[in-house]
Design a binder for this molecule. Structure first.
Ligand SMILES: Cc1cc2nc3c(=O)[nH]c(=O)nc-3n(C[C@H](O)[C@H](O)[C@H](O)COP(=O)(O)OP(=O)(O)OC[C@H]3O[C@@H](n4cnc5c(N)ncnc54)[C@H](O)[C@@H]3O)c2cc1C
Length: 381
C-alpha cells in the first residue's frame, strides 16, 4: 500500500499503540484516535508471553520492556495452601527464542509504547461515534462532533468496539461465568522471584506475578453465584472470600489500597466470520477478545499489530486485509476456545474433581505443558 495512504487507528490501547509503532516503522504516518481524555498510566499488571516479547524484539521494544518488567522463568500451579501442583520451567523456550515471559505494570508498558511514537501520532478525547462511507474513503464521526476522513481504518477499540458493533452487529459477547479483581501492591518479591504462580481452589483462583523489584501484581477470580453482588464487594468481602487460602494471599490484598482494586466481569467474543469490511479492519480485542486464563489477549493484539503492518506494507489494501486475516484468525480463534476451556478446568466447583485434576496435573510430564507453550511462543509469523 502507498505510504501516503491515510490510516486512522481507533483506540490507543496495547493493540492500537503497537500497530501504530509497527506502521511507523514501515514508513506510514498513522493517527491514533483515543477516547480517554488523556493517556494516564493506570491499571494493574499484565504478563507478556514469549510470543509477544518476540514481536517486541522485532519492533526494537524488548530491551525497554525487560528494563521495566520482571522476567518469569517458571509457571507454577499450586493448591490453595500454595503447595506446588505443577511446575513448568520455561528455560528451554527462553533459550530457543531468546526472550522470557515478562510481568510488567500496564502503565509502564503503555508509557514505553507511547515513547516509541511521534508526539503528533495520537489524539486523545476522541471517542468514535460512528463510521460512514467506505467506498472511496471512511469518515469518522467522534462524540466531540469532529469528523475526519481516512483511506483505511484500523479498529482497535477493545471488546466493546463501536466500529465492530456497526460493521458486524450480530457479533456476540459471551459472559464466562467468572469475575475477577486485580491489584498491585508493594511487597518483597523474593518468595515469588522469576515465577508466575496460580493457586487453584474450588471455584476460585489467585494469581501472583512479580512485575518489578518490590512490586507484585495479583488477580483473584471467582465463579459467579446467583444472588451475589460481586461488583459491590468491598475489600473486606474479597479478603473474606480468599481467607481459606494461605496467608500471603490475604497479605497481598491487605497491602493494596481499596480504591486501586479493579473489578471486571470476564467475557469473550464469539469468533467472528470476518475481521474486515471495505476499508475497515478489526484488531486486538475488537476482533477476538478472549478470557484472560491463558494471559494471551494483549499478546494476540501485539501479534496482530506486526502481522497487519507487514501485510499493509507489501500488498494493496484489500489483499492485505485478506492476508492479515489468513495469517491470524485461525490461531486467535483457537486461543479463544482453549482459554475458555482452561477457565472452566481451573475453577471446577467440585472439591473432589479439583483434587482429581490436581493429581492428574502432578503426574503430567512438564514436557507436555512445554509443548503447548512452545506452540504459543512460536507465534503466527
Ligand atoms: C482481568 C484481565 C487480565 C488480563 N491479563 C492479561 C495478561 O496477563 N496478558 C495478556 O496478554 N492479556 C491479558 N488480558 C487481556 C488484555 O487486557 C486485552 O486483550 C488487551 O488489553 C487488548 O488490547 P486492545 O488494544 O485490543 O484493547 P483495549 O486494551 O481494550 O484498548 C482499547 C482502547 O480503545 C479505546 N476506545 C474504546 N472505545 C473507543 C471509541 N469508541 N473511540 C476511541 N477509542 C475507544 C479505549 O479507551 C482503549 O484505550 C487481561 C484481561 C483481563 C480482563
Amino acid at each position: 500500500m502507498d505510504r501516503d495512504t491515510s490510516i486512522a487507528i481507533i483506540g490507543g490501547g496495547i493493540g492500537g499503540l503497537t500497530t501504530a509503532i509497527a506502521l511507523c516503522q514501515k514508513g506510514f504516518r498513522p493517527t491514533v484516535y483515543e477516547a480517554a481524555p488523556e493517556l494516564r498510566p493506570v491499571g494493574a499488571g499484565i504478563t507478556l508471553a514469549i510470543n509477544a516479547m518476540r514481536v517486541f524484539q522485532k519492533l526494537g521494544l524488548a530491551g525497554r520492556a525487560l528494563e521495566q518488567g520482571h522476567p518469569l522463568e517458571e509457571l507454577r500451579i499450586t493448591d490453595q495452601q500454595l503447595r506446588p501442583v505443577s511446575r513448568t520451567a520455561l528455560g528451554p523456550l527462553i533459550r530457543e527464542f531468546g526472550v522470557p515471559n515478562l510481568g510488567i505494570h500496564r502503565g509502564a508498558l503503555q508509557q514505553l509504547l507511547l515513547e516509541a511514537l511521534p508526539d503528533d501520532g495520537i489524539q486523545t478525547g476522541k471517542r468514535l461515534d460512528r463510521l460512514e462511507g467506505g467506498e472511496d474513503e471512511v469518515r469518522l464521526y467522534f462524540e466531540d462532533e469532529t469528523v475526519v476522513s481516512a483511506d483505511v481504518v484500523i479498529a482497535a477499540d477493545g471488546i466493546h468496539s463501536a466500529a465492530r458493533q456497526q460493521l458486524f452487529p450480530a457479533a456476540r459477547q459471551r459472559p464466562s461465568g467468572q469475575v475477577c479483581w486485580r491489584g498491585m501492591c508493594p511487597a518483597d518479591i523474593t518468595p515469588w522471584q522469576r515465577r508466575g504462580t496460580e493457586a487453584w481452589a474450588p471455584g476460585q483462583r489467585f494469581g501472583i506475578v512479580p512485575i518489578s523489584e518490590g512490586n507484585i501484581y495479583w488477580f483473584a477470580v471467582v465463579n459467579e453465584k446467583r444472588g451475589c453482588d460481586w461488583a459491590g464487594l468491598s475489600k473486606a468481602g474479597l479478603l473474606d472470600a480468599f481467607r481459606p487460602f494461605a496467608r500471603p494471599v490475604a497479605e497481598l490484598i491487605e497491602q493494596t489500597p481499596e480504591g486501586r482494586i479493579i473489578y471486571s466481569p470476564i467475557s469473550d467474543l464469539e469468533p467472528l466470520k470476518k475481521w474486515h469490511s471495505k476499508r475497515v479492519v478489526l484488531l486486538g480485542d475488537a476482533a477476538h477478545a478472549t478470557t484472560p486464563n491463558m494471559g494471551q489477549g494483549a499478546c494476540q493484539a501485539i501479534e496482530d499489530a506486526l502481522a497487519l503492518a507487514g501485510c499493509l506494507s507489501s500488498l494493496p489494501r484489500e489483499d492485505a486485509f485478506h492476508a492479515y486475516q489468513n495469517q491470524r484468525k485461525k490461531r486467535a480463534d483457537r486461543i479463544v476456545r482453549q482459554s475458555r476451556r482452561l477457565g472452566r478446568v481451573a475453577q471446577l466447583d467440585s472439591p473432589l474433581l479439583g483434587r482429581l485434576r490436581n493429581g492428574l496435573l502432578g503426574f503430567l510430564p512438564s514436557s507436555l505443558a512445554l509443548r503447548g507453550l512452545r506452540e504459543l511462543a512460536a507465534g503466527s509469523a
